[in-house]
Design a protein around this ligand. Structure first.
Ligand SMILES: NC(=O)c1ccc[n+]([C@@H]2O[C@H](COP(=O)([O-])OP(=O)(O)OC[C@H]3O[C@@H](n4cnc5c(N)ncnc54)[C@H](O)[C@@H]3O)[C@@H](O)[C@H]2O)c1
Length: 299
C-alpha cells in the first residue's frame, strides 16, 4: 500500500474525522494508514462500531491480497480512537475532516462548533459533495482555514481528492491540505472557484439524472442502462450501481440542490424520490435499484 510518514508535515499529527459512515470510515482508514493519530467521532455508537468492523474487514482483505502485512494492519488499527464526545474528539486535532450527512445547516452548525473549540491553526476540511465552502465557513471566525476535500467511494481505493478553495481559504491552507492528501495516497485536482457541485459532482449528477429519466420513460431497464455504460464507455459501474453504492438519499439530496442552482436538468425522477421515501437507499440498507440481500456495504 502507498504510505507516507506524516512527519513530512511536521505540524500535522492528529487528524479527526467527523461522521463514521461510508465516507468517514474510508477517510479514517487512509489517514491511519498514512501514520496519523486519528480520532473518529459520530453521535451514533452503532456507527462507530460499524466503522471499526468496516476498517478491520478492509484491512483483512488488503492482507489477503498481500497489500499490507499483519503487523502493519495492527499498527493502523492502533492509530484509531473511536469517540462519541465531540469536544474530546476535536480539541487536540491539527486537521479535521468532516463527513457528516449532506445537509448544509448541519455542516454550518458543526463548523461553528469546530471553530470555537479547535486551535485557530487547525485546518477544517469538509467532504461535502457540492455545497459552497464559503457558505459552510460563514459560521466561523477563522475562515481562511476552511477548505473542501471531496473524496470518492470507496475512499481506500479511489485515488482522487478534489480540493475546493472557498472565497476566503488561504493559500497556506490550500498548500497544507494538498500535502496532507498526498500523504493519504491521493492525487489532487483543484477546483479554483467555489461553485456548487465543483467539477466531479456536476458531471456525475447530470449523467445520473438522465439515466433516471431513461428508466422512467420505459426506454430500458436499470440493468441494461448500467451494462451500456460499462461496456460502451468502460465505466466500472453504471449509474444505478453507483447510485446504490453511494446511497440514494445522498444522491437525491445532491440532485435537488443542484436543481436549485442550475435548473430542471438536475431534477431527480419521481421513482428515485419514492425509493428514498420507502427507505430503499441502496447498498447500505441492502436494497436500492438492486437487491443485495445480506451483502450490504462491503468496501
Ligand atoms: N457516499 C458517497 O459516495 C459520497 C461520496 C463523496 C462525498 N460524500 C459526502 O460525504 C458526506 C458523508 O456521506 P456518507 O455517504 O458517508 O454518509 P453516511 O450517511 O454513510 O454517514 C454519515 C454519518 O454521520 C453521522 N452523523 C450525522 N450527524 C452527525 C453529526 N452532527 N455529527 C457527527 N456525526 C453525524 C451519522 O450517524 C452517520 O454515521 C456527505 O457530505 C456526502 O455528500 C459521499
Amino acid at each position: 500500500m502507498e504510505r507516507n510518514a506524516s512527519s513530512s508535515i511536521s505540524a500535522i499529527k492528529n487528524v479527526t474525522v467527523l461522521g463514521a459512515g461510508i465516507m468517514g470510515s474510508g477517510i479514517v482508514q487512509v489517514a491511519a494508514t498514512a501514520g496519523y493519530k486519528v480520532k473518529v467521532y459520530d453521535f451514533h455508537q452503532k456507527a462507530l462500531e460499524n466503522c471499526k468492523i468496516t476498517i478491520k474487514g478492509s484491512l483483512a482483505r488488503f492482507e489477503k491480497k498481500g497489500k499490507v502485512a499483519r503487523e502493519e494492519s495492527e499498527k493502523i488499527l492502533e492509530n484509531i480512537i473511536y469517540e462519541n464526545d465531540f469536544e474530546k474528539a476535536v480539541a487536540e486535532a491539527d486537521y479535521v475532516c468532516e463527513a457528516i450527512p449532506e445537509i448544509l445547516e448541519l455542516k454550518k452548525e458543526t463548523f461553528r462548533k469546530l471553530d470555537e473549540i479547535c486551535d485557530p491553526k487547525t485546518i477544517l476540511a469538509t467532504n461535502t459533495s457540492q455545497y459552497s465552502i464559503t457558505s459552510i465557513a460563514s459560521t466561523t471566525k477563522n475562515r481562511e482555514r476552511v477548505i473542501g476535500t471531496h473524496y470518492f467511494n470507496p475512499v481506500v481505493i479511489m485515488k482522487l481528492a478534489e480540493i475546493i478553495k472557498g472565497l476566503e481559504t488561504s493559500d497556506e491552507t490550500l498548500e497544507k491540505t494538498i500535502k496532507v492528501n498526498e500523504t493519504f495516497g491521493k492525487q489532487v485536482v483543484i477546483c479554483k472557484k467555489d461553485t456548487q457541485g465543483f467539477i466531479t459532482t456536476r458531471l456525475t449528477a447530470i449523467q445520473r439524472a438522465e439515466a433516471y429519466r431513461i428508466l422512467e420513460e420505459g426506454i430500458a431497464t436499470a440493468e441494461d442502462i448500467d451494462k451500456a455504460m460499462r461496456l460502451a464507455f468502460n465505466h466500472p459501474m453504471g449509474p444505478f450501481q453507483l447510485g446504490d453504492f453511494a446511497g440514494l438519499d445522498t444522491g437525491v439530496r445532491a440532485l435537488k440542490s443542484l436543481e436549485q442552482t442550475y435548473g430542471e436538468r438536475f431534477k431527480p425522477s419521481q421513482t428515485v424520490e419514492r425509493m428514498v421515501d420507502a427507505g430503499l437507499l441502496g447498498r447500505k440498507v441492502g436494497k436500492g435499484f438492486y437487491d443485495y440481500g445480506e451483502q450490504k456495504c462491503d468496501k
